[in-house]
Design a protein around this ligand. Sequence first.
Ligand SMILES: Nc1ncnc2c1ncn2[C@@H]1O[C@H](COP(=O)(O)OP(=O)(O)O)[C@@H](O)[C@H]1O
Ligand SMILES: [Mg+2]
Length: 287
Amino acid sequence: MAVSTRVPLLELSGVSKRFGAVQALTEVRFDVFAGEVVALVGDNGAGKSTLIKVISGIHPADAGQFRFEGRDVAIHGPQDSASLGIATVYQDLALCDNLDVVANLYLGREVGGRGPLGRMNETSMEQRSIDVLRRLSVKIPSVRTPVESLSGGQRQSVAVARSVLWKNKVVLLDEPTAALGVAQTHEVLELVKRLRDEGHGVVLISHNLVDVFEVADRITVLRLGRYVGTYSAATVGREQLVALMTGAVPGEAANGEMPAGALPPAPPAWRADSTGPSAGIPGEVGR
Ligand SMILES: Nc1ncnc2c1ncn2[C@@H]1O[C@H](COP(=O)(O)OP(=O)(O)O)[C@@H](O)[C@H]1O
Ligand SMILES: [Mg+2]
């Protein structure tokens, strides 16, 4: 596969964001390709949620460059992000408990609304809801079930399904499994894999490294609002990841030499069984 010639779906560089006295992000870069899951990890306060909110236009960046499918774009608000085909599923899901699944999937875009779906009727909304949930293997009793009677995993799955009902290309998930038990977490992670297999670029925030290693292709580490590095999930080790998250070892970005977007040098091979001071830190993943 000619990976080096591929263009990321979404690519950010030099992204900074300040909230009053708090510099939440400092010159962060990030990218995600179609058909991959990139996990965004870091300690509390590392800036993960802020980065997602910058991408989704909720908190527009103070500075930074954004490219979507290779084109320079601007994200000044949620509408800019949505129109690029970027969907976000937040930690506190915005579902309406008293409404059924169909109504939640179509929230804000119901019959009579503006746009191409304006004349869509209830029957076709229901059928399309059934279709998308089947396609994503989301199992719920009925699309006419009020979401309040669904399990946490089913609710999260409905929220994720909603994000891809509208032909979005990038899906941002902020801690989608935080409130879920083991079985429900598995359900949602399977859904994340299906989104990837359908060709979406999926960005997953999780503090649970087991989840991260279960689904991620690449892992981007943030620390104290700064970019630490991006690592292949297949080669980075859990302990190394923790060391990068806590700052016990410096990341690739620490040398300060590499311009944003440049190809990193060939990474040292890191082996899980290596010991002693010669054990390299995991290298950044090339493109
Ligand atoms: N709306 C906000 N107003 C002020 N400070 C904020 C706001 N959102 C986040 N922050 C601050 O920005 C930093 C990064 O937070 P956040 O992005 O939520 O980190 P993470 O999701 O990695 O835990 C923290 O110091 C946090 O307190
Ligand atoms: Mg957060």
